[in-house]
Design a protein around this ligand. Structure first.
Ligand code: FES
Length: 249
């Protein structure tokens, strides 16, 4: 049976002088299989063409539609309205710079993260485009695939207490990214080099362990496991330094 739903949406355009943050209600008819993506587009087409929100893929792949849905981070294109009450709120993700209404700039944040964590394979080998691909054991490829599934939606960052109070914290997504390269045998970085990137309060040791990131990752990436892996590697590196009283390699 169809019902009417009322969506209370955060409205604020920082580019309009004098605009004030406020909540605005939109009521529409729900139908079978309606996602928030569909509902928001319907609102924009039929009720309010000024409403700002982001979508690209509509299939939980691009990560651009993340928002706070009734206070919890999630992907609008993956959320069925029937799983929500007849009245609910939509807010932009915190932590990221607000572009307007539900649209935030995750791109700049993630670009900075890539640069800070040096998220590329570090190797001394020269690239030969004509060489055969180097084979990798299946279990290693599968272990790398797990963190690689991150779509950079920002849900884990938005829900993280530390990221909400410390702007330099790399968050679960950053730690996950580092774990991806630590697992990759082609990456020749030493433990010391990794320690410099992530062995600090802005990295693996800044997490206070509430693990909301793990609860709200829309891709179900085992973020807790990736954090434990990075912390173990960093603890071992730190221990080597302490016990031997010499530089870690
Ligand atoms: S639109 Fe791409 S993840 Fe939702």
């Amino acid at each position: 049976m169809s019902r009417k739903i009322t969506i209370s949406i955060f409205r604020y355009n920082p580019n309009i002088p004098g605009d004030e943050p406020r909540m605005q209600d939109y009521t529409l008819e729900e139908y079978e299989g309606m996602t928030l993506f569909v509902a928001l587009n319907e609102i924009r087409e039929k009720q309010d063409p000024t409403l700002m929100f982001d979508f690209v893929c509509r299939a939980a792949i691009c990560g651009s539609c993340a928002m706070l849905i009734n206070g919890r981070p999630g992907l609008a294109c993956k959320t069925l309205t029937r799983n929500l009450p007849s009245r609910f709120t939509l807010m932009p993700l915190p932590v990221f710079k607000l572009i307007g209404d539900l649209s935030v700039d995750t791109g700049t944040w993630f670009r900075n993260l890539q640069m800070r964590t040096e998220a590329w394979i570090h190797t001394s080998k020269k690239f030969d485009p004509n060489a055969l691909e180097v084979r990798m054991p299946n279990e290693v490829a599968e272990a790398i695939y797990e963190p690689e599934r991150c779509i950079e939606c920002g849900c884990c960052v938005a829900t993280c207490v530390t990221a909400n109070i410390r702007e330099d914290f790399i968050g679960a997504t950053g730690i996950n990214r580092v774990s991806r390269f630590m697992l990759d045998p082609r990456d020749e970085r030493t433990e010391k080099e990794y320690f410099e990137i992530v062995g600090n309060e802005d990295g693996a040791f800044g997490c206070v362990g509430l693990m909301a990131c793990d609860d709200f990752c829309p891709m179900d990436i085992p973020l807790q496991k990736q954090l434990a892996y990075v912390r173990r590697r960093m603890a071992k590196a730190g221990l080597k330094l302490d016990l031997k009283g010499m530089k870690i390699s």
